[in-house]
Design a protein around this ligand. Structure first.
Ligand SMILES: Cc1cc2nc3c(=O)[nH]c(=O)nc-3n(C[C@H](O)[C@H](O)[C@H](O)COP(=O)(O)OP(=O)(O)OC[C@H]3O[C@@H](n4cnc5c(N)ncnc54)[C@H](O)[C@@H]3O)c2cc1C
Length: 401
């Protein structure tokens, strides 16, 4: 493939497809270069029981919104995959799959596994979750990252340690627990939110309150890309992720994993503080919903206050490696932009941009976590960000860049 195009979009996840839909609507010549298959992350990097954490009503892409029977429900993995496949079918984006961009230089010149491409403008829509991040510990036991976890049945017999209590960690811990495995969970500082409160999903309330319209800049951006999300689950039937309840039901909670010595894993003494912190954040979100309901005079049912049940014993803890069948690292991802040779990054390697528009004329990002709002790296906000970029790209196309 040797091609000159107006716009090259790198990545055919929901962000790249959204950009393609909007450029197509404007009649702007473009290609979408995808090293795997479109939306393959939803197919190949999610566990079998995976379901969205965000409600279906937030699944809104350009020209394509969830219109099923359960707007406050949560699509299962395969339902998300089918919904995205139907989106592609609806407009046939010019995706070249199996084409990896291996180098991006000024100009713009792209080296790809399918041959060179020259583009006037480039949109990088490669997602925010590139390389699984986890420490190398001297463990003999089977270790895998959350991106490779599929189901309890795939893990060797024995206890399972899940490290990390962000959204993936708590959902995988629950999945293993429900499958009858004895689970150890190393709990970090991630906050939590109730699933439902006073008659609605918490996310529905927060959306009505305008919370998700607030920009990263408005929020000081210290809440940016590296912050752990509030943990919650969309698993049916609807329920809170209450780690104290899991503990009362047999899950073994630990503080932060500190390391391993002579076959024993050691955990910090921060479990109580981490559970209290998560509860305090959940309570503060409920309080802000109460204020909103009062201020608007909304007729909503009341709920009794949450009472923390199980309390951890004080101090740190340890665990014999020999008792474990596997360790699942739910410790996040890091970016990999090694193929991008443009001066578009800060000293820490993070993209420098203003609402997705980089300092390199004609170069854009789409789908970065917190690119503009909470929803930027999610279904909720990518359409707005893509529409903003489509305006900028369209204007630049008109002046003949
Ligand atoms: C475990 C997990 C759960 C999530 N749950 C939710 C949820 O409940 N609700 C929600 O709204 N969001 C959720 N998200 C966040 C977000 O919606 C997904 O990460 C989504 O996949 C992001 O879409 P994207 O198009 O920005 O990136 P991706 O889906 O990652 O797509 C990027 C594409 O770029 C391709 N690519 C990368 N590099 C190159 C290259 N050099 N050349 C060519 N192609 C390349 C990749 O193959 C990939 O297909 C979740 C994320 C994770 C990790």
């Amino acid at each position: 493939m040797t091609r000159d195009v107006k716009v090259a979009i790198i990545g055919a996840g929901q962000a790249g497809l959204s950009m393609s839909w909007l450029l197509g609507e404007r009649g702007i010549d473009h290609v979408v270069l995808e090293r795997e298959t479109p939306c393959h992350d939803w197919v190949s990097r999610r566990w079998e029981s995976f379901c969205l954490v965000t409600p279906n009503h937030q699944c809104r892409l350009p020209g394509w919104s969830y219109d099923g029977p359960d707007p406050e429900g949560f699509m299962l993995r395969d339902e998300v995959v089918a919904w995205l496949a139907a989106y592609r079918e609806s407009f046939h984006p010019p995706v070249h799959q199996g084409v990896e961009v291996t180098r991006l230089d000024a100009g713009f010149r792209l080296e790809t596994s399918g041959g060179p491409v020259e583009a006037d403008q480039v949109v990088i829509a490669t997602g925010g979750y590139h390389v699984p991040r986890f420490p190398v510990l001297p463990l003999e036991v089977t270790q895998l990252h959350s991106a490779r976890y599929r189901s309890a049945a795939d893990l060797p017999a024995g206890d399972v340690l899940v490290v990390g209590s962000g959204q993936s960690g708590v959902q995988i811990a629950e999945d293993l627990h429900l499958a009858g495995r004895r689970v150890h969970l190393a709990v970090g500082t991630a906050p939590r939110a109730a699933r439902r409160y006073r008659g609605h999903d918490t996310i529905t309330w927060l959306e009505q309150m305008g919370h998700y319209a607030r920009s990263a800049a408005e929020l000081g951006n210290e809440r940016g890309h590296d912050r752990a999300n509030h943990y919650m689950t969309g698993r049916r039937p609807s329920h809170d992720v209450d780690l104290r309840a899991f503990a009362a039901d047999g899950m073994v909670l630990h503080g932060r994993l500190l390391g391993v010595e002579a076959g024993r894993l050691r955990f910090g003494d921060d479990l109580a503080a981490n559970l209290d912190h998560a509860d305090a954040v959940a309570a503060s979100i409920k309080a802000s919903i109460d204020d909103f309901i009062d201020a608007r005079g909304i007729d909503a049912p009341t709920e009794p206050a949450y009472v923390p049940g199980w309390q951890p014993p004080g101090g740190g803890s340890s665990l014999e490696e020999a008792s474990l069948g596997a360790v699942v690292w739910a410790t996040g991802f890091r970016r990999d932009d090694g193929w991008n040779r443009l001066p578009a990054f800060d000293g820490g390697g993070f993209p420098v941009h203003e609402r997705g528009v980089s300092a390199v004329p004609g170069l854009y990002w789409l789908g970065l976590p917190w690119q503009h709002t909470w929803g930027s790296g999610r279904f909720a906000g990518v359409a707005d960000d893509a529409a903003y970029l489509a305006e900028v790209i369209g204007a630049r196309t008109l002046v003949g860049a």
